[in-house]
Design a protein around this ligand. Sequence first.
Ligand code: NAP
Ligand code: GCO
Length: 263
Amino acid sequence: MDIFSLKGKIAWITGGSYGIGFAIASELAKAGAAIVFNDIGQDQVNKGLEAYKSAGITARGYVCDVTDENAVNETAAKIEKEVGVVDILVNNAGIIKRIPMTEMSAADFRQVIDVDLNAPFIVAKAVIPSMIKKGSGKIINICSMMSELGRETVSAYAAAKGGLKMLTKNIASEYGQYNIQCNGLGPGYIETPQTAPLRERQSDGNRHPFDQFIIAKTPANRWGKPEDLAGPAVFLASEASNFVNGHILYVDGGILAYIGRQP
Ligand code: NAP
Ligand code: GCO
């Protein structure tokens, strides 16, 4: 099982204070990695540090807006100075805005693209040179069902996550020769604050219609939990995946394989 060991590795999880990023970081830590994460504000970083401490994980937190290239480069330099070369980058930070496209402002569209697509480019660009010098590296981009499918009100998010799928394939193509593997994780519908509005109980106590819809669309008959992503993340972060490159590993309970349960 050493092939899955991350002992001696340094992992940077962007937006890792809670949610999917926190769950992935926690499992990478259990596999032996040293954990570094960032969030937009000191309050969020402090909350994240408390959460890692409660989980028995020693993590380092940095305040950094991943859309700010100067801040990202400064943070990458600080991490390398204070902790060491980043071996594993998880581009997890992300936002969504659910607005019908014709009602969405260009500014809102741009903001989603900035966080969900431009930022993974910026952060990957900041860590790849040291990975090349070190002779190895792992980049895991958190994609989405919307890397493959569209739906009403998520045009910016789908465009970003579709682009992130292709950025993943392009980093794999361009830097595979340096023993850098870049892959994507494509979560299905996961119970986190980001999807809380889609799962709110109705006033009559019934499940939200979208909640019922996702249950019917998922062979596993349930929403995913952040922890469902942890094992696949360890695989993509470890030597076990050294010949896996440019692949999007969907962790969706079977949604992409299934036409959906008859109502
Ligand atoms: P979440 O609960 O909304 O957490 C997102 C994290 O990213 C938060 O810690 C947030 O920090 C941080 N973040 C947002 N913008 C940032 C910025 N500019 N700079 C630094 N950090 C920033 O989301 P989640 O559900 O855990 O999702 C994590 C990733 O998985 C996202 O990329 C999302 O698109 C993707 N995903 C989620 C699902 C799902 O069903 N939940 C499914 C597929 C893919 P703040 O709290 O400070 O804003
Ligand atoms: C939505 C959801 C999805 C999930 C996820 C699915 O509004 O449809 O937020 O986009 O977040 O990306 O994989």
